[in-house]
Write a protein that binds this ligand. Structure first.
Ligand code: GLU
Length: 476
């Protein structure tokens, strides 16, 4: 955020840049930019101080639905102590463009509760979450065909399970009730692979970008993600899984990890799971064996590397540090980590920024699969697993008969097991991320007025949303 503009205004600036290249009737872009419904409410929470004295804490909460061009609207719920209405509006707007980029048929929304979850007991968090859901039900801001929340910063499967349970209790007998929220535990209607989906999506995005030799040459890098040195900011769900898949499947090297209390650096490579366990047991990421401490967390963004993955919060790459960033590629795991002022500097320096509305869309993509699963009332792949396994076995037997060679037992078992839910989710996510990257890059390269991938992404998203409004007959 620059001194003059808020997060929501920053998003509007990105939209305006892309909108200037479109030719839609007056008012249409204006209509797309605004948030359709903003619901702010407050409720009291009964608590007790150390002396056992009862008191009430008033909790501020929001749900913002940015665009209803497609229904339901979709987006996470954030629990953070300093979240505000402007931030929720910005995040809701980003959801609209994100869904459009990856062809997920939802409008954008976002919710927030202004609390630091660490200050509350588990049963208090449960009461807060259930009360929040209650308010959403009363005002028709939640429902499988209305608005479908999901996890975001500070929330996870536990909160989603409470939301689903509260919604079900308030809608007895509603057949599709579980589709009112995604990111649930698997036993409560969740889908395999949702937890790690955003990080997996970041990995697919990077793998795709790095596979294009021409672009890598322009950046002074060798093609391929293998061996690339990566800095990850944030060891939450997105940062942890981005690091894991880039390291395990991409064979990249995680040279630094930054968290609130500081960062650690080891050019020989870090293992995110070991770092996570170290942080859990010592309470800090610092003093990790073999790594150098970087006491000021933001300094880590400027370390020597090839790729930077900001996967924490918004406004991390600003005019103040953009000129000193070493990375040649930035993959935005977080929402809004780069300010428009910083973007200009990165662009002038020839850094490839893979924008948030594409790079972190893996989460909502798999949420879409979960929603479909809930509406279908069947585990993904249940009907076809055995059939496909039998087909694969037949094919292998034919090849064996023709070649006279036979597969090892291990390969045979692997080939003939048939796809399960996770296989389908991974394949659907990979296809989505690969296709969207190619589309975005082709658009960028084919129109010289598009300065970067972000503007190309907003341009594509705007065209899709505008097309929907026109088809709806709302605009000529
Ligand atoms: N909170 C995530 C995001 O910002 C996921 C949203 C969803 O799954 O609906 O994309």
């Amino acid at each position: 955020m620059t001194a003059q503009t808020s997060f929501f205004e920053n998003v509007v600036r990105y939209v305006d840049r892309a909108a200037a290249l479109t030719s839609h009737p007056p008012g249409l872009i204006e209509h797309i930019k605004i948030c359709n419904s903003v619901y702010h409410f407050e409720f009291p929470l009964r608590r007790f101080d150390e002396k056992g004295q009862e008191y009430f804490e008033v909790i501020k909460a929001w749900r913002v639905e940015h665009s209803h061009h497609k229904m339901p609207t979709k987006g996470g719920i954030r629990y953070a102590p300093d979240v505000n209405e402007d931030e929720v509006k910005a995040l809701a707007a980003l959801m609209t463009y994100k869904c459009a980029i990856v062809d997920v048929p939802f409008g954008g929304a976002k919710g927030a509760i202004q609390i630091d979850p660490a200050r509350f007991e588990r049963d208090e968090l449960e009461r807060i979450t259930r009360r929040y859901t209650h308010e959403l039900v009363k005002k028709n801001f939640i429902g499988p065909g209305v608005d479908v929340p999901a996890p975001d910063y500070g929330t996870g499967e536990k909160e989603m399970a409470w939301i689903a349970d509260t919604y079900e209790a308030m809608n007895p007998g509603a057949l599709d009730a579980l589709a009112c929220v995604t990111g649930k535990p698997i036993s409560q209607g969740g889908v395999a692979g949702r937890r790690e989906a955003t990080g997996r999506g970041v990995f697919y995005a990077l793998r795709e970008a790095c596979a294009i030799a021409e672009d890598m040459k322009n950046l002074g890098l060798a093609p391929g993600i293998a061996g690339k040195r990566i800095i990850v900011q944030g060891l939450g769900n997105v940062g942890y899984h981005s690091a894991k898949f880039c390291r395990e499947e991409g064979e990249a090297i995680i040279v630094a990890i930054a968290e609130r209390e500081g960062a650690i650096f080891n050019p020989a490579g870090l293992n995110e799971e070991e770092v996570f366990q170290h942080r859990r047991s010592t309470g800090s990421i610092l003093d990790f064996p073999g790594a150098t401490n970087i006491p000021n967390s933001v300094d880590a963004l400027e370390l020597e590397c090839d790729i930077l993955i900001p996967a924490a919060l918004e406004n991390q790459i600003t005019e103040a540090n953009a000129g000193r960033i070493h990375a040649r590629i930035i993959a935005e795991g977080a929402n809004g980590p780069t300010t428009p002022g910083a973007e200009k500097i990165l662009e002038d320096r020839g850094i490839l920024v893979i924008p948030d509305i594409y790079a972190n869309a893996g989460g909502v993509t798999v949420s879409y699969f979960e929603w479909l699963k809930n509406l279908a009332h069947v585990r993904i792949g249940r009907m076809g697993k055995r059939y496909e396994a039998a087909q694969e076995r037949r094919l292998v037997q034919m090849v064996e008969a023709i070649t006279g060679k036979s597969l090892s037992e291990k390969d045979w078992n692997m080939l003939s097991k048939g796809p399960d839910e996770l296989d389908y989710v991974k394949s659907g996510l990979e296809e989505t991320m690969v296709f969207a990257y190619q589309n975005m890059r082709e658009t960028w390269k084919s129109r010289k007025e598009l300065p970067d991938l972000r503007t190309a992404a907003f341009y594509i998203a705007l065209e899709k949303v505008a097309h929907d409004y026109k088809e709806l007959g709302v605009f000529p």
